[in-house]
Design a protein around this ligand. Structure first.
Ligand SMILES: Nc1ncnc2c1ncn2[C@@H]1O[C@H](COP(=O)(O)OP(=O)(O)OP(=O)(O)O)[C@@H](O)[C@H]1O
Ligand SMILES: [Mg+2]
Length: 341
């Protein structure tokens, strides 16, 4: 058992009836980092978090938090962790400020200390103006921020953030991300669950992708991206008649899957990983230059991150037994030579 691990699980299992919600999960979360657990609805993320936070008893396997068993040493684990939205039960009828002071008092702070800490947190989370308002009148983003503030009243060694930004607008998501970064800079380890690849990308140093209760990929962001492909290039041409040529040029320049969109002017190319030492942006730049060179006019261009859908497609594709065309990723490249004008 390494002392550098905040969380270590081996073969963790949780069964609900006949549903193996968590089906043999191994995790190793280094201390002092943000660890992302990425997965779709029902993957088992919350169930893993609840077992680690001692709220749910595992049906199999082992889980340790800072070396302590979550079942046998539950008390000790509980003293070092916080879970947003669970332990930190914010009362809707109280104001933001009242909530934080009350929780501070419950945690044993003196009244002046509780007031000071509440003031600091409200300030740090941009909630000073809303401090005197009832939480039930907060926006989704404000609500998420007060939840996190409440869970770090006493700086925990390990903070579980279960989908902290689901449903938030981009500005509120950025605020929450800044808060997570600030929490980690104070030495807290964060286990963050999310359905968004970009969120894991922004915050996490390592990521486990889980699906149907199993870890289907694990590694650094770089590892994951390399295994998934680094981006999708969306192009819109000026002239639909040039699309077959564009498709041919892109297929050659990117050795990528080219998908013809329903819009007759549009194409999408998925760039798979790095090519030599070229990243996605560099590859896309070169492809654009090739198109210009061939006299193909591009009206609109964007380079997007792979979506979670694409991640899952790529990862589940890899799990299929290798067949004649498995894993080559060329099935959708449909360059019809004869169609070129
Ligand atoms: N208390 C419970 N009783 C019965 N089944 C449950 C219970 N909690 C979770 N499940 C089931 O376990 C599976 C995993 O659920 P879980 O909530 O862990 O997923 P999740 O990854 O957190 O999903 P989401 O992104 O929607 O929050 C699901 O099939 C869910 O229906
Ligand atoms: Mg969940």
């Amino acid at each position: 058992m390494s002392n550098d691990l905040a969380i270590e699980t081996t073969g963790l299992v949780k069964v609900f009836g006949s549903n193996r919600a968590v089906d043999g999960v191994d995790l190793a979360v280094p201390t002092g980092t943000v660890y992302g657990v990425l997965g779709p609805n029902g993957a088992g993320k919350t169930t893993v978090v609840r077992m680690l936070a001692t709220l749910l008893r595992p049906d199999g396997g082992e889980a340790r938090v800072f070396g302590k068993d979550v079942v046998k040493d539950a008390e000790s684990v509980r003293s070092r962790v916080a879970l947003t939205g669970q332990y930190a039960s914010v009362d809707e009828d109280l104001t933001g400020s009242e909530n934080l002071i009350l929780l501070g008092r419950l945690l044993g702070h003196t009244k002046p200390d509780a007031r000071d800490r509440a003031g600091q947190l409200l300030d740090a989370f941009g909630l000073t103006e809303a401090a005197g308002r009832q939480v039930k009148n907060y926006s989704g983003g404000m609500r998420r921020r007060i939840d996190i503030a409440a869970s770090i009243l006493n700086t925990p060694d390990l903070l579980f953030l279960d989908e902290p930004t689901t449903g938030l607008d981009p500005r509120s998501r950025n605020q929450v991300w800044d808060i997570v970064r600030a929490v980690v800079s104070q030495g807290t380890t964060v286990l963050l669950t999310t359905q968004y690849l970009d969120e894991a990308d922004q915050l996490a140093s390592r990521i486990a992708v889980i699906d149907q209760g199993k870890v289907i990929a694990e590694g650094t962001k770089g590892d994951l991206k390399a295994s998934v492909g680094s981006g999708a290039v969306h192009l819109r041409l000026r002239d639909a008649a040039q699309r077959p040529d564009a498709q041919r040029v892109l297929a050659a320049a990117l050795s990528a899957d080219i998908v013809l969109d329903a819009d007759p002017l549009a194409l999408t190319a998925t760039i798979s990983g790095t090519r030599g030492d070229q990243g996605a942006a560099e590859q896309a730049g070169r492809a654009l230059a090739e198109l210009a060179h061939e006299g193909i006019v591009v009206d609109n261009f964007s380079l997007g991150q792979p979506s979670l859908d694409e991640v899952f497609l790529a990862l589940t594709d890899k799990k299929k037994p290798a067949g004649p065309s498995a894993g080559t990723g060329t099935e959708t490249t449909d360059v019809k030579e004869g169609a070129a004008a």
